[in-house]
Design a protein around this ligand. Structure first.
Ligand code: ZN
Length: 418
């Protein structure tokens, strides 16, 4: 400590090391390592402050560069987050192998210590717990990466889960790589509500479609949830997603922002066509060979297919809750999710969407029954035929639907009694 910082009382920290100015003063100036560079490239400052208001960010920077104490973890709320820091320093066996093959010393990497990540952001390999306990007793020691102690064989993940966890790990690591434009606590609610509106997850200008949001998050993040911290699977009124779209009293954990952003990015926008702009027609019109358009010309149909299924579920919920009841038809669902005829024309490329559409489409009988349920609930003490008439059932079919009215009357009475 004395040779690095000039003081033996400095506390060693793997994530938010303070006294960086003192440290850089002792590093050979020819290396050009100034204190800001140390802070940005060798600490978790950019990660933990990515979603903090400017005042907190500035004070945290002053803490790290100057003589900040352990209070920086309190200042950034790290101790009270529902997502805990890893308990041990971790490493990726593949990163170690690469370092060894390039004749470098394998070292601890900050990207492997991000809370919530269980895989390497580069290799997707499951991270291994090293021997060093983060909240261990010796706060004045520096520990070398030692891979000899851990003979733990990491379990393998299902392919889809592994890919998803790697994507999330990458998105988390991106927060370390640059400093994000600052946004004050007041701005997050509006920011996320705007984004929800763009993917059709607002019921009105000020009401969030919470059920739809949860469904969308589960759809996108589902396979990863069992491997993320437990707080990430907590939804509902007090869950993280609900907190995220309300007024932020304090900064939310970076992982929650990453997950929300990750999921919203993968939902289809409401007002834009689902197909990328370089669709087949556009290519023909431009007269260029598809290869000339490069990467963008490739259309990821399976991604579009998956997004469409999420969108269809949303449209179905919207149509099913309309009053008076509206029909869940192939055409109305398709129109709401993509546009008239859009899915039908591309049916061979969109098997999931077509399957979803088919199961969501209502039969004549099912739709008639929903209308009868609706009017039974609203017309009391009237003869059965009046309910059938209000429900739009043709008079020659009344006899076939009398039993439906009886059923809904009984269900209604039971519901009211309860
Ligand atoms: Zn790795």
């Amino acid at each position: 400590m004395e040779s690095l910082f000039g003081r033996r009382t400095v506390v060693a920290s793997y994530d938010l090391q303070s006294q960086l100015t003192a440290l850089s003063d002792r590093v050979d100036p020819r290396l050009g390592i100034d204190p800001e560079r140390l802070m940005m490239r060798h600490t978790l400052f950019p990660y933990y402050t990515a979603f903090q208001p400017s005042e907190v960010r500035n004070k945290a920077a002053a803490d790290l560069l100057g003589s900040g104490t352990a209070s920086i973890h309190v200042r950034l709320g790290i101790a009270t987050f529902s997502i805990q820091r890893p308990r041990r320093l971790r490493y990726c066996p593949d990163c170690v192998e690469v370092a060894v093959s390039e004749d470098r010393d394998a070292t601890w990497l900050r990207g492997h210590q991000l809370p919530g990540n269980i895989v390497c952001h580069v290799h997707g390999t499951i991270l291994i717990d090293g021997a060093v306990e983060i909240d261990g007793l010796n706060r004045h020691a520096f520990s070398h990466l030692d891979t000899s102690s851990s003979a733990v064989i990491a379990p393998s993940l299902p392919e889809k889960t592994g890919d998803l966890l790697k994507c999330i790990a990458r998105a988390q690591h991106c927060l370390c790589a640059s400093i994000r434009p600052v946004r004050e606590l007041d701005d997050w609610k509006g920011h996320y509500r705007e984004r929800l509106a763009s993917v059709g997850l607002m019921r009105s200008a000020c009401k969030v479609d919470h059920a739809g949001l949860e469904e969308a998050l589960r759809d996108v993040l589902g396979p990863a949830l069992p491997f993320l911290p437990a707080a990430c699977s907590s939804f509902g009124e007090h869950g993280w997603a609900a907190l995220m779209v309300r007024y932020h009293r304090k900064a939310m954990h970076p992982l929650f922002h990453v997950l929300m952003d990750f999921a919203l990015e993968r939902l289809a926008p409401v007002d834009e066509p689902i197909a990328p702009k370089t669709s087949k027609g556009a290519m023909d019109a431009s007269g260029r060979h598809p290869a000339a358009l490069g990467r963008e010309a490739r259309t990821d149909w399976s991604a579009i297919d998956r997004r469409l299924v999420i969108k269809l579920r949303h449209v179905r919920r919207k149509i099913a809750s309309a009053t008076p009841p509206e029909r869940l038809s192939f055409a109305s669902l398709e129109r709401g999710a993509a546009g008239p005829g859009w899915i039908r024309k591309r049916a061979n490329r969109l098997p999931l969407a077509v399957a979803a559409l088919t199961t969501m489409t209502e039969t004549d009988e099912a739709f008639a029954d929903r209308r009868i349920a609706y009017w039974t609930e609203r017309l009391f003490d009237v003869p059965t035929w009046q309910i059938l008439k209000a429900a739009g059932i043709r008079s020659d079919a009344w006899s076939s639907y009398t039993a439906n009215v009886e059923y809904h009357r009984r269900a209604d009475r039971a519901g009211r009694a309860a």
